[in-house]
Design a protein around this ligand. Structure first.
Ligand code: ADP
Length: 155
C-alpha cells in the first residue's frame, strides 16, 4: 500500500486522546510570589503563563504574560507586587480534568480565548466545598504538537 493512500485519514488513536495522555508538568507559583519572581519564572521555564496554587497545590489563579505586562507599564513599583493582586482568580479559571478528551481542552481554549488550561483533580471536603488540585497543564503548544504528530502520520 502506497503512503499516499493514508492521506487525510485521521489516526483513530489520536482522536481518542485524553488530556492525561498529553498534559505537561504545571509551572506553579504561590500567590505571594512577586511580579519580578513571576517574570523570571516565565523566562526560566519558557512558558507563557503560570499557575498560582497554595502550599497544598490547590488552584488559586492564573497569571499570564499580558497580565504582567499590563501591571508593569507606567508602574515602577509593580515588580515587588504579589501576583495574588493581579492574577485571574478562581472561580473564573477554566480547567480540564485528566480524563477529558483533548478535543474538549482545545474547544475550551478557543471558546475562552486563553492559551493554557490547568489540569486538575476536583476534591470535595466534608463540608461540601470543592478544591482543585493542580496536576498538569495543557497549552496551545500541546495542541500544535498533536496536530504535527497527526499530520506526520497522515502523509
Ligand atoms: P496572554 O495574556 O499572555 O495573551 P492568555 O491569552 O492565556 O495569555 O490569557 C489571557 C487572559 O486570560 C489573562 O488575563 C489571563 O490571566 C487569563 N487566563 C489565562 N488562562 C486562563 C484560564 N485557564 N482560565 C481563565 N483565565 C485565564
Amino acid at each position: 500500500i502506497g503512503k499516499s493512500s493514508k492521506n487525510h485519514q485521521l489516526n483513530p488513536s489520536m482522536v481518542r486522546l485524553k488530556v492525561k495522555d498529553v498534559q505537561a508538568m504545571p509551572v506553579i507559583v504561590r500567590e505571594t510570589a512577586t511580579v519580578n519572581d513571576a517574570v523570571v519564572t516565565l523566562f526560566l521555564e519558557n512558558v507563557g503563563s503560570l499557575i498560582v496554587a497554595d502550599a497544598e497545590g490547590i488552584l488559586q489563579g492564573v497569571i499570564s504574560r499580558k497580565d504582567l505586562l499590563k501591571v508593569t507599564l507606567g508602574n515602577p513599583s509593580a515588580s515587588t507586587m504579589p501576583v495574588g493582586l493581579i492574577m485571574t482568580r478562581r472561580p473564573n479559571i477554566v480547567t480540564v480534568s485528566p480524563e477529558d478528551d483533548v478535543i474538549e481542552a482545545a474547544r475550551k481554549m478557543m471558546h475562552h480565548q486563553v492559551d493554557s488550561l490547568p489540569v486538575v483533580l476536583v476534591h470535595t471536603n466534608d463540608k461540601g466545598i470543592e478544591s482543585s488540585e493542580v496536576i498538569g497543564r495543557v497549552t496551545k503548544s500541546t495542541m500544535t504538537q498533536i496536530l504535527l504528530n497527526l499530520l506526520t502520520d497522515a502523509y
